[in-house]
Design a protein around this ligand. Structure first.
Ligand SMILES: [Mg+2]
Length: 350
């Protein structure tokens, strides 16, 4: 669901300041994660932990209450009971991507998409929007072609996917309905040549840009298999839960600047694919109430000192100034949202 989250984050800067073009900056000062990300994670949590969809949505929403929820959802989120409110809004579609990734038959995907939607969005269009997005993800995961996905979604849900973005864009404006934003987001995916391109195309319609980026990005990730070309593989001991994000070709880029880097990594027993690693995720157990269990995230960077300087300029905070440690020069940074990560330059001994 990284594609969905990337789409939300990238689109967030344009929700109230729409663009009608493709060449906009992916990230900037206005970039943030919004309700689409929070509720996508809530649905994934419900599936992985067997929690009821409604209670998971409420719990995550209450934890991040200032992320731009619709007013009906906001009331539902804090209501002691919280009945569904017959919504046809695209909130059901923006949060559904984990369903398309987690279930393994058309029937299960449609059933769970409906269940995940119906706790709030029990209007037929609200349910249809969620089912269409989840099914598109499921089909894309199953290596169906864009034409097969297009035909299946348009015949099953009655969405007009024969339009092009160029037809739609001139007259398109902010529309939070499923029926007025899900088909357009799917078309952005159908016309794309990668995850980033799908998100750019969805945002370029100048509508509910974070949600449309989220929907298009989720489907595109399932179809293209990698977000920004990054591929995830296991790392370290079997079952350690650690992950290594690789960008094929990154090692070649490093080697251009440092011709013996591969040899030195191999001499040190670096695991396969290590040369292409751009980020690592390592689980960290709960240490105290203030430091709950979390994933520790490290990004490979070219220059840890420059990154620390840049982070401060962009509104982040340097928690641990650049320092030398075995194999690396590293710094620990908190972004403006409070997310903590390490930026590390690999410095193998010579
Ligand atoms: Mg949003």
């Amino acid at each position: 669901m990284l594609g969905a989250i990337a789409g939300d984050v990238i689109g967030s800067a344009f929700e109230s300041d729409p663009v009608k073009k493709l060449d906009f900056p992916l990230f900037g000062r206005m970039t943030r994660f919004t309700d689409d990300t929070v509720l996508t994670v809530a649905i994934a949590n419900a599936i992985l932990r067997g929690e009821d969809y409604g209670s998971s949505l409420k719990r995550f929403g209450q934890k991040y209450p200032d992320r731009g929820y619709g007013s009906n959802f906001y009331c539902w989120m804090f209501a002691s009971v919280g009945e569904p409110y017959n919504s046809w809004g695209n909130g059901s579609a923006m949060r559904v991507s984990p369903v398309g990734f987690a279930f393994d038959s058309v029937e299960a995907v449609l059933r769970e998409a409906e269940r995940s939607a119906a706790v709030t969005h029990d209007h037929p269009e609200g349910i249809k929007g969620a089912q269409a997005v989840a099914l598109a993800i499921y089909l894309a995961r199953g290596c169906k072609s864009k034409n097969e996905i297009k035909n299946e979604i348009s015949s099953r849900f009655g969405y007009d996917l024969s339009r092009t973005l160029d037809d739609i864009r001139p007259r398109y404006c902010f529309d939070i309905s499923c029926q007025g934003s899900v088909p357009e987001s799917i078309i952005a995916f159908l016309e794309s040549d990668g995850v980033e391109d799908a998100i750019r195309k969805a945002v370029s319609l100048g509508g509910d840009s974070d949600t449309m980026g989220c929907i298009a990005g989720g489907i595109a990730e399932a179809f293209y298999g990698a977000v920004f070309g990054w591929e995830l593989s296991g790392f370290g001991d079997e079952g350690s839960g650690s992950g290594l994000w690789r960008m094929p070709g990154y090692g070649d880029f490093l080697a251009e600047r440092d011709p013996t880097v591969w040899e030195r990594q191999a001499d040190l027993g670096a695991p396969e694919g290590f040369a292409d690693a751009v980020a690592w995720l390592v689980p960290s157990e709960e240490r105290s109430d203030e430091t709950p269990a979390h994933w520790s995230t490290t990004f490979a960077v070219d220059d840890a000192d420059a990154v620390a300087d840049g982070a401060t300029e962009l509104g982040g905070q340097v928690l641990v100034p650049p320092m030398d440690a075995p194999w690396v020069r590293m710094t620990i940074i908190s972004d403006p949202e409070g997310a903590v990560f390490t930026a590390s330059k690999f410095v193998p001994p010579t």
